[in-house]
Write a new protein. Structure first.
Length: 414
């Protein structure tokens, strides 16, 4: 039986595995390394975060993005975005150097068993572990507006479902959303001669500012510090103090999670959208139906219209009920907070002892940093400390709570 099974091999899973290996834990890592970055993002996309804020985490901070770039003859510079395909290759390089061998099979089911858990792989093999680190990324949590859910994938898709946009050349496409995914997808479509428009609920598009110089007078840094999530003291707090963020009252955390770092385009994509892409503001899709050749959309504030395909760049909703690889009794036993996501303790342990979680699904507890690669460093160190603590204390009897518990109180766990 392994000490730890890491399920997922994206930035969070690989970072956790690196820290766990350095701590001497016996572990197994499952998942195709950097799968969503390799398969679900079109060529031509760039990281929104700064290169120095996009490192995967190993305890010695040896396998950084800038080190990989240097090995490829490229300099990672502040204020210069990194191509997504380079970041994906960096993740593979990190996996080769900082992580034990990754088993690329998919885990399809996780269930409790005496003394820990069992995981079943896609080909039917069963693996046992005392603890689990669930680092499944964002793909299980894709969110498509209710008005569009009844249509086929040939008519409606999510922005994360496209590793290649070539199929839309010469066609008419409508992109739903006002954030980076919507705006960059629309720019790429326009640049390949797709007839594209953006529908956004907001009354205006929001754009991130060009980042300030890395070296600034001390008084500018003191007034608006630079962090992995941008400038300003609030962003610094979210980025650098997720442990303190978790101590905020649950209603405050819920409000911040719903409003902080809202939809906005990166500064470097602005010129590729303005004047090149039709943008319809104050528009929300209220109904949609299939018609010959495409989709007819009913929208607020305008007449209905037809389009050949709709791409919903409408984000992700990380709720407990979407953790389909967990067995029904295990999933139903997990306590949740107000937004439906699992309640997470101080070491990223769920309400089920021994079941740890990482990434987007922990954002309600630890803040906006968990939506970005930057959060992987804090997560990996804290989670592995929690695993070691759990291994020392053992799995309590009755480790699976009674099904259906809903807990919207602040999660304060010792």
């Amino acid at each position: 039986m392994y000490d730890l099974l890491v399920v997922g091999a994206g930035p969070y899973g690989l970072s956790i595995a690196s820290h766990a290996a350095a701590a001497g834990l016996s572990l197994r890592v499952f998942g195709r390394p950097m799968a969503s970055w390799r398969d679900n993002m079109p060529d031509g996309m760039f990281l929104k975060s700064e290169p120095w804020a996009s490192n995967l985490s190993d305890p010695a901070a040896r396998w950084r993005l800038d080190a990989y770039c240097a090995s490829q003859g490229v300099t990672a510079r502040h204020g210069e975005p990194i191509p997504v395909e380079m970041f994906a290759e960096y993740g593979l390089w990190f996996a080769r150097n900082a992580v034990p061998e990754v088993d690329e099979r998919t885990v399809t089911r996780i269930a409790p068993r005496p003394g820990g858990f069992e995981a079943v792989t896609e080909d039917g093999q069963t693996v046992h572990a005392r603890t689990i680190a669930l680092a499944v990324g964002v793909m299980p949590f894709v969110e498509i507006p209710s008005a569009l859910r009844g249509l086929s994938s040939g008519l409606v898709s999510h922005s994360s479902h496209h590793g290649d946009l070539d199929r839309f050349r010469g066609r008419d496409v409508t992109v739903i959303g006002g954030g980076q995914a919507a705006l960059e997808t629309a720019a790429l479509l326009a640049e390949q001669d797709t007839r594209v428009r953006v529908l956004a609920r907001a009354d205006r598009l929001r754009w991130n500012d060009v980042p300030p110089a890395w070296e600034r007078p001390w008084w500018q840094s003191a007034r608006s510090p630079l962090s992995g999530l941008g400038c300003g003291w609030r962003n610094w707090f979210y980025a650098e103090r997720p442990g303190l963020y978790r101590r905020l009252r649950e209603p405050t955390r819920a409000r911040i999670a719903a409003t902080a770092l809202g939809p906005a385009g990166a500064w470097w994509v602005r010129d590729r959208v303005e004047g090149a892409v039709e943008v319809r503001l104050d528009h929300e899709v209220t109904a949609a139906r299939a018609v010959p050749g495409g989709v007819r959309l009913e929208v607020t504030g305008a007449d209905s219209f037809e389009t050949e395909h709709v791409i919903a760049a409408t984000g992700f909703k990380a709720t407990r009920d979407r953790l389909g690889l967990l067995s029904g009794d295990l999933r139903d036993s997990l306590a949740t907070v107000a937004d439906g996501s699992p309640e997470i303790g101080r070491d990223f342990e769920s309400s089920c002892p021994g079941l740890f979680m990482a990434g987007l699904v922990t954002a309600a507890g630890f803040g906006p940093a968990m939506r970005f690669v930057y959060g992987a460093t804090f997560t990996a160190g804290s989670l592995v400390r929690g695993v070691r603590r759990r291994l020392r204390t053992g799995m309590p009897s009755g480790a699976i709570p009674a099904p259906g518990r809903q807990d919207t109180a602040p999660a304060v766990r010792g």
